[in-house]
Design a binder for this molecule. Structure first.
Ligand code: ADP
Ligand code: MG
Length: 619
């Protein structure tokens, strides 16, 4: 039998490859723009005619090509971007296959003009269906221009398969937006049939997003910034009330490459949990930077899919970072009492009343002190809690009930702003009788509601109160410190000392002061007001162990972790008896919190039992 296998001629192989690389004019736009970026251009111009069917041209001011390279660039697997297989695992460029120009030249008429800065003259090459028609010396500016005409001229089936100009132009715009968003430090312009569609200068990321999606976008952006060892995140999410019915404003860029990742998208969605109406999608414009070694983009020719080494960690970090930002920018305070939202994040204290004095840690809520009453008054004024003292938690419930909600499940339908001063809710006259509280097993505070019964876990409730207070101090960066008469010297292992040193500035914002902080010793000269000296080493030990045991999902932010840890250390323990004033103060402080229904570690702080439920038990 004779041999029957033959190598395909190059132009046929190129046409086959083109089937993968070039689906439509937008694919050409993507490849050419990416080449311009890889050539370190700072200005890129995109010129389109007839939705790319007649012309796609990209002009850049990048580094250009030599005469030889210009010719070679159209060969298949000709690339300047990788040399060996190892390079695939540390890609810093968009391209690496060396297939795009060869593929495009196989199915279109291409005219290349290019010049390197050091050369006086450039090169121009005309190539049609893989056939070089001419190569000449030309006068042209530094950089490269690639014009692609008559796409699919030799494959009528593909040409006929193209959609209407409107649809094809939309695909082109999408590609353009993705590339332009990923590179705010490059100026872009975009012309279609002679008219100017986009023209954006070099700018910062916020300006770029706003330029592309319109000025109205500006007010809806919430910054997201996080940096960990494995991942750096920067960019924006849209405020929940600006969410859209389409997914048109969802952008992930990994190392400046647009990617689609249903898994990471889910991380964002879950961070928005409870904040979005059904059927609405959050907007996001997020840049993730990871070690190129930890990703594999080689799995799909159009390269919008990506494989991460450690997706789970990325998921957790991303979710936390977004939650954190949503919390910080005060998107969280729309509280739904039933919903166990888990926005265990810092809050926005930027909008606080500037005159609020540096507050003590609300440790003035000291169940052991005799004069709680007096202190309570001052604390009430000082803590800057948003709800007014008369807006007691009881009236919230009574108010709800007067609207006809008398079972616990009905709370789920009622959303209220924590800052609301709505008369119908905070109307004292709505309180029928003075409610009393009592303590059960030195562990729970029980109170009656008009609609039933409220049972509060005293330890968790106090953790919530302290946590929000600490967070406020850390965020606002103005806490008062209580100077120690004699500096307190503590000894930790070098590892432990490192943890404290890393948290030093956050600790100082809660009121700690250090005179010495090195491998050998820690000298503390000040502690947060209200923190007993005897508890300092316990607090720091707890903090160290919390940091050491920290899992990315529950936490990543030092400030948040510190606040949680200190709240845990200092909260009233179960078994502690509280007098009625203390109980009442606890209840009121809890419901003055931004997120009263869960502890800092996301456990319920209270439960309610409706009269209906009680009645059922008697049946
Ligand atoms: P890849 O981008 O995968 O390397 P391409 O076929 O897109 O493959 O490009 C082939 C080569 O041509 C590139 O590696 C690069 O050296 C050169 N090249 C392409 N476009 C440009 C440009 N705009 N400026 C400078 N060099 C370019
Ligand atoms: Mg390329």
């Amino acid at each position: 039998m004779s041999d029957i296998i033959q190598l395909l001629p190059d132009h046929v192989a190129n046409q086959i490859a083109a089937g993968e690389v070039v689906q439509r004019p937008a694919s050409v736009v993507k490849e050419l723009m990416e080449n311009a970026i890889d050539a370190s251009a700072t200005e890129i111009k995109l010129i389109i005619k007839d939705a790319g069917k007649t012309l796609v041209q990209v002009i850049d001011n990048g580094k250009g090509m030599s005469v030889t390279d210009a010719r070679l660039s159209f060969e298949r697997h000709a690339t300047s971007k990788i040399r060996a297989a190892e390079d695939l695992f540390q890609l810093n460029t968009k391209g690496f296959r060396g297939e795009a120009l060869a593929s495009i030249a196989a199915i279109a008429h291409v005219e290349l003009k290019t010049k390197q800065d050091e050369d006086d003259l450039g090169t121009t090459i005309i190539i049609e269906g893989s056939e070089v028609k001419s190569q000449e010396v030309v006068v042209t500016p530094t950089g490269t221009s690639v014009a692609v005409k008559h796409l699919f001229f030799n494959i009528p089936a593909r040409r006929n398969f193209l959609k209407s100009d409107t649809v094809e132009l939309r695909h082109i715009s999408d590609e353009f937006h993705r590339v332009a968003l990923a590179h705010p430090n490059i100026a872009f312009s975009f012309y279609h049939n002679g008219s100017d569609l986009f023209n954006v200068p070099q700018e910062n990321y916020r300006q770029r997003v706003v330029h592309i999606f319109g000025t109205k976008t500006n007010e809806k952006l919430v910054p997201v910034e996080e940096e960990t060892e494995v991942l750096k995140i920067s960019g924006f999410v849209g405020k929940p009330n600006f969410s859209k019915k389409t997914k048109s404003e969802q952008f992930f860029f990994v190392n400046q490459r647009f990617i689609k990742s249903p898994y990471l998208n889910h991380a964002i969605k879950s961070a928005f949990e409870g904040l979005l109406k059904d059927g609405y999608h959050p907007s996001y414009f997020l840049n993730l930077t990871v070690d190129p070694k930890s990703i594999d983009i080689n799995i799909h020719p159009t390269k919008t899919e990506i494989k991460f080494d450690d997706e789970h960690t990325l998921y957790a970090i991303l979710r936390s970072a977004v939650k954190h930002s949503l919390g910080q920018f005060n998107i969280a305070p729309v509280l739904d009492f039933e919903h166990q939202s888990s926005l265990n994040t810092p809050y926005d204290y930027k909008n606080k009343n500037a005159s609020i004095p540096a507050i003590e840690v609300d440790r003035s809520f000291n169940p052991f002190s005799e004069d709680v009453d007096r202190k309570e008054k001052t604390t009430r004024q000082n803590t800057g809690f948003k709800s007014s003292p008369s807006a007691s938690w009881e009236s919230m419930y009574v108010g709800l009930e007067s609207k006809g909600n008398n079972s616990e499940s009905d709370f789920s339908q009622v959303t209220f702003e924590s800052e609301s001063k709505d008369e119908s809710i905070f109307n004292d006259s709505a309180i029928e009788t003075r409610k009393t509280t009592f303590q059960l097993q030195h562990k729970y505070i029980v109170s009656t509601l008009k609609s039933g019964m409220l049972i509060i876990d005293q330890n968790r409730a106090h953790q919530r109160i302290l946590y929000e207070n600490f967070l406020k101090h850390i965020t606002v960066k103005e806490a008062t410190s209580q100077q120690l008469l004699f500096p307190l010297q503590l000894h930790f292992t070098p590892n432990e000392t490192k943890i404290i040193a890393d948290l030093k500035s956050d600790l100082e914002h809660t009121g700690f002061a250090f005179s010495e902080l090195n491998d050998k010793e820690i000298m503390i000269t000040g502690v947060p007001v209200g923190v007993p000296e005897s508890e300092v080493s316990i607090i720091l030990e707890q903090l160290i162990s919390d940091v050491e045991n920290d899992v990315p999902d529950t936490n990543f932010s030092a400030a948040d972790l510190l606040a949680k840890s200190m709240a845990k250390s200092l909260a009233i323990k179960n078994g502690q008896s509280l007098n009625s004033t203390e109980q009442e103060h606890m209840v009121n402080s809890l419901f003055a919190c931004k997120e009263p229904n869960v502890s800092p570690t996301n456990r319920p702080t209270f439960i309610t039992m409706a009269v209906d439920d009680i009645e059922k038990k008697f049946m």
